[in-house]
Each structure stands twice: as structure tokens, then as C-alpha cells.
Design a protein around this ligand. Sequence first.
Ligand SMILES: O=C(O)CCC(=O)C(=O)O
Length: 334
Amino acid sequence: MPTGLSHAQRESFDANGFLIVEDVIASEPLDALWAEYEDRLDEAARALHARGRIQDLHAADAFGERYTKLIAQAPEVFEYLDISYALNETLSETAVMHAGPAVFSVLTDPGLLDVVDSVIGPEIYSNPVQHARIKPPQDALTGEIAELSYVGRTTWHQDMGALTDDAEGSNIVTVWVAVTDAMEENGCLVAIPGSHRVDGGRLRTHCPGGAINAENFIPGRGLSPGERTPLPVRRGGIVLLNRYTEHAALPNRSGSLRFSLDLRYNPIGQATGRPAFPGFVARSRSRPETALRDPARWRQLWLDAAEAIQTGAYQGPIYEAERWKKHSGSPLCA
Ligand SMILES: O=C(O)CCC(=O)C(=O)O
């Protein structure tokens, strides 16, 4: 198990804007995560069945097959498994997500936080920009869902492009956790080395996307020069990304699931870029007693955030999908 990054790894991350670190999360927390997701998928299936959205529970199938079959009946099943509410400009009364204890264990994994400490220092805030991406074989997906990055391939973008402007100066690092192996065949990340440093680190123009959640993307001709570099990583390994690194994920061309969590951290006190959603102190060297240790409390923070949005107690932005719409007619996006 690594205890933070070596000097050479730190230099490589600074130069490339990405770094693969193998063997960060042990098997036990990942096994617990998988078991938790089996239960959550069962809950989702039963809820969707009760609402008439699915006809067959596929209860006898293993997780991967069951998820693939359920998503073919009701694409919204992925929302029950994501670790954030869906990114829209409003939050519906029926919004769902998953904030279970096994997810919290990964978010606060000591080895993972040691690596994060090497990048942003010892005052670590868990940023609420976080997702579970459980991807069936791409060929099994039809319609808009195939172009949605929670389920299908991921288009090119910089993570900063999905945040509110106030986080421009925040030192946010993305920690992408491989819950299954993620290789070229089953849809690993791909990134452009040094793209985070182009023009001193700059948000490039993203074009408005067309899929369900209107994901913004950088078209091929808008990308920085450089070799598109696949970032394969085994289960339990992580990929670090700078917030300006241009990256995408390949389609899953294998016959089985690709499962990852993408998490983000920033120094305590900096803007997260998603003010409607709750983060928490994951570790603090100066004030260790402020670190959140209770997964039930974390879950409650998300429920409270939903209530604040739905009742109007929270009035700020949720997700600025409109932000890139003005570029839809530009030569880059046409
Ligand atoms: O896992 C993926 O497909 C994409 C993840 C990603 O782009 C991110 O974490 O920013």
C-alpha cells in the first residue's frame, strides 16, 4: 500500500496532469462496495417495478447482467446508483442517489487520503463533485443513454468545465478509483499529457452536449496538441487528474461491466464548484476533530441539501448547464 506519492510521482503528475497509482484501495473495501451496490440495485429494481417502469426484476441475475438488463428497460436506474443527485438546473421531488457506508469508506480511505495529501496538503475537504460510473458493454446500450458518461463512453472535457466559476482558483484534484480493472478494452480513461498547462492552465471552450444531462464537451479540433494517452489501471488503483487536464473515457468494448468512482478533493475552505451539494472535512492535520467519521451523517447532509433545494431554502446554482449554450452556433461547435 502506498503512503502518499514519491517525489518522482509528484513530478510526473505536475508534468503530465495525470498519474496512475496502482494498489491504493485494498480488496475488502471494494468487496464491501460491490455488496452494497448489489443491495442498492435490488432496491432500485423494486422501486422502478412498483412504479411500472420495469416489468422484470431479473432478481436471479448477477450484478453486471442484472444492471445491463434493467438499464435497457429503465435508463434512469443509473440515478439510484450515482453518488450525487443528477445534474440539472432543478432537483425533482423524486430525485434519488446513493450515499451508503461502503461509498463513505472509499471516500475516506486512509491510503487514498495519503495520496491526496501529497497533492493538496493535509487539510482535505471531500468535494461533492463525485460520481459512480457503472458501464455495461457499449453495444448493449441504445438511444441517448449510450452517450451519457455515467453509463456509456465519456467525451473530452476538463473537470473545471463542470464547476461553477468561483472554483477557478481552487486546487481541486480528481481521484478516479477503479472498482473493476479499467483497460483500453473496457473503457479506461484517456488524457492529453501537459494539456493542463497549455496557456498557463486555462479552461477551454466546451460545446453543449445533446444527451439527457446535456454533458458539455471539447470537440476534437478544440483539443490541445499531444498524444491521446490511455490510462489503464487495475482494480484498487487510482488515476489522479488535474482540473484542467483534457480527458475522456473509451467505450466499453468488453463483455462485462466497467465500474469506477470519480471523487474530488480540495483544501478545506476553498470553493468546491458545486455549492448546492455537501462536502465534508475528510482529514485535517490542524483540527483532526473536525473530520467527518459517521457515514449516516454524510448521507443526511445529502438529504438536507435536497430538502434545501426543493423547499427554496437554497437559492444558488445547482449546475450551470446553460454556461456553454452560447457556443452552440460557434465554428468550434457547429
Ligand atoms: O469514468 C469516466 O467515464 C469519466 C470520468 C471523468 O471524466 C472524470 O472523472 O472527470
